[in-house]
Design a protein around this ligand. Sequence first.
Ligand SMILES: [Zn+2]
Length: 265
Amino acid sequence: MAGITREMREQAREELGWEKRDPERYDVDGIIRDAWINGNGSEETWKAAVEKHYKRFMVGDWVRVTVQTEDGFTEHHYGPIENFRKANGNHYRRNVTNPHSAFLHPEHTRSHVVPLAELVEEINDFEIVTEWSQVHKGGPQHNYGVYHCIGMHGPYPPPATVMVIHKASGRKKRFCDNCNTPQQRTGLADEALFYQRNLKSTILALRADPTLITGPGADPREVWEKAPADEARDFADTFPWLVPAPAAELYQQWKEEQSRACAAA
Ligand SMILES: [Zn+2]
C-alpha cells in the first residue's frame, strides 16, 4: 500500500504493545492510514483508529453460538472459528478485512455459518477468580487446604491457580494457568448442557405445571418411595439453574412457609 513503510508498521506495533494490546488483533495498516496518513496524528485520531481496526474475532478463536431447539430450549454450543465467510456463505478469496460470518464446527451440533453479530466470545460466559484465598476456600484438609488442578496432569497435578465459574449455571472448576484454556472452560458449559438435555422431561413437567414443586411429599412412615413433588424439589436443589422461573418462585415461597411453620411448631 502506497505511503505505508516498514518503519511505520514497526512503530504502530510498538505503540500497540505499550498499550498492552496484541498487534495481531489489529489491522495495523488500517490504523496507520486513518491515524497518520489521512488523520492528523493526534492522540484522539490514534485512539479512534485503534478502536475501529480491532479484530473482534480471528480464526481459531473459541466462540459461543446460541441455538433454539424445537421444544423450546436455549442451548449454548462452543467451537473455534475455522474460517470466515461472505454474507452468501462463500469463502473470501483474498485478505479478509471486514468478515460477515464465521464457519464453525461445534462439537455438539452440526456445522454452522453464523454472522459475527450473533457470536459471543466464550470467555464472556465465565468468571475467572484468581484470588488464592477464594480459589482454595474450603480446600481439602488432607492437602493443607489446597485444591489441585483438575486438568490432565497424571499423578502429580499442580495446585489450582484459578477458579472458573460458568455464569449461566454457577458450576465451578479449578485449574492451573496452563489448563485455563477455552477447551477446558467450554467443557464446563458442555456439562451443563448435558444436564439440561438429560433432565428435559422434568423441566417440561415443571413448565407445564409449576405447582408440582409445592405438592404434598410422601409420608416417610408409610411409603418408601418419593412423591413426584419430593423429586421435583430434589431436582431444584441440585440443579437450581434449570428450574423454570414460575416454579422457582413458587418453591422459594414454599420454603419460606415451611420455615415459618417449623418456627411456629
Ligand atoms: Zn493444570
